[in-house]
Design a binder for this molecule. Structure first.
Ligand code: SF4
Length: 392
């Protein structure tokens, strides 16, 4: 069936904040919990989704069940959640439906339930295939468990799998990174994410770093690992399409591309963000408040979200540039014009010229994109596009 381009479709994000235990580097909204809380949470989540949709039947072309570790939930809870999503949204025929899972938390039954519920993409948190490093990170699984989970998912028919990897890890030599990456590539997952470790405040790694017992890897080593991955992935047929993401042709994450393209998405669950009709919303981060809010009679949609920002034209321009530049194909000047109503050069001619001169951006044809040097210091490049005031 042809997709009607005039019909607006949204992405759906559902947050599951539960994990078996907290990893040493993690500052995501996630924690261990008991079965009763998990069940209460799914009840509240389903109510939130149903109340948002009411009788609207909004068309959705991506669903992302993220976390946390959604695969810690009992399969019947995921079944119920997917049923609610389908009742609320009109999912397109080719809807990309992803669930995040960790090795060691998926068994045959869960994999079958995911598949039968229409989940067609699995994002596996692997991080490393070195058992010592996994232990150091506080991960709950071993290399062997990952391989077993990966095989199980393939056997159950999943043909779209992402593996999340990390580099610049404590005690990770270049050779260890190379081994992990190459072994993962040999398994041929459709998608590979590769992120450099960031030591976040409030994590056990941060405390160790303050005490001096955790040493950060040098910038040169970090960049060496990154470029090695980028080159190797390209050599093996992957398209390095976003700063930290590569995929086989046609297998880029359609859901995440929405975030980098300023497309709409509706988020549900603790701390979930939404971007709807030019407004950014955020759900409460407080579990008790969340459960209470969605426990009985539901309030109106307006009350259910905290509005965090009604985007101005200036916000839209900045977000378009700094999220869009994460895509290695860059941003299209025509898209900027359509969204903002003005040429990108009316607003950013000086910044673009400066960055091109410094070899950080390339301005060619209809697009502006980061150069390889620009990717290495992308935060600096993106900051340049946030201005106190616009010269009109
Ligand atoms: S499994 Fe993921 S979300 Fe959970 S604690 Fe570890 S890194 Fe954080």
């Amino acid at each position: 069936m042809m997709k009607n381009k005039n019909v607006k479709t949204t992405g759906v994000y559902v947050h599951i904040p539960f994990c078996v235990k907290k990893c040493n580097y993690c500052d995501f909204l996630s924690f261990a919990s008991d079965d009763k809380t998990k069940e209460r949470y799914i009840n509240a989540l389903c109510r939130e989704i149903s109340a948002y949709c009411e009788d609207k039947k909004i068309a959705a072309d991506t669903v992302f069940i993220g976390g946390g570790t959604p695969s810690v939930l009992k399969p019947e809870l995921i079944e119920r959640l997917m049923k609610t999503v389908r009742e609320g949204f009109s999912l397109t025929e080719d809807c990309e439906i992803t669930i995040e899972a960790n090795p060691g938390t998926v068994d045959e039954k869960k994999a079958e339930v995911y598949r039968d519920a229409g989940i067609n993409r699995i994002s596996l948190g692997v991080q490393s295939l070195d058992d010592d490093i996994l232990k150091r990170l506080g991960r709950i699984h071993s290399r062997k468990e990952f391989l077993k989970t990966y095989e199980l998912l393939r056997n159950k028919g999943f043909d779209n799998i992402n593996t999340d990897l990390m580099f610049s890890l404590p005690s990770q030599s270049f050779d260890k990174w190379k081994e992990t990456l190459e072994e993962i590539i040999s398994l041929k997952p459709e998608h590979i994410s590769f992120y450099s470790l960031i030591i976040e405040e409030g994590t056990p790694f941060y405390d160790e770093w303050l005490k001096g017992s955790l040493k950060e890897i040098s910038d040169d080593d970090d960049r060496r690992m990154y470029h090695y991955a980028s080159d190797k992935l390209k050599e093996k047929g992957y398209i390095h399409y976003e700063i930290s993401n590569a995929a086989l042709p046609g297998r880029g994450s359609r859901h995440n591309l929405k975030y980098w393209s300023m497309d709409e998405y509706a988020g549900f669950g603790l701390g979930a963000h939404s971007f709807i009709d030019g407004v950014r919303y955020e759900d409460t981060h407080d579990m008790e408040e969340y459960l209470l809010l969605y426990s009985g009679d539901l309030r109106s949609r307006k009350e259910r979200y905290n509005v965090i920002n009604r985007n101005t034209v200036k916000d839209n321009a900045e977000e378009f540039v700094f999220t869009g530049l994460r895509k290695l194909e860059g941003i299209y000047k025509d898209d900027f014009h359509r969204l903002i109503g003005r040429s990108i050069y009316d607003i950013y001619s000086e910044e673009i010229a400066k960055m091109v001169k410094e070899g950080l951006l390339k301005d060619h044809g209809g697009r502006i994109a980061l150069t390889t040097k620009g990717v290495d210091i992308s935060n600096y490049v993106m900051r340049e596009f946030i201005k106190d005031e616009w010269k009109l």
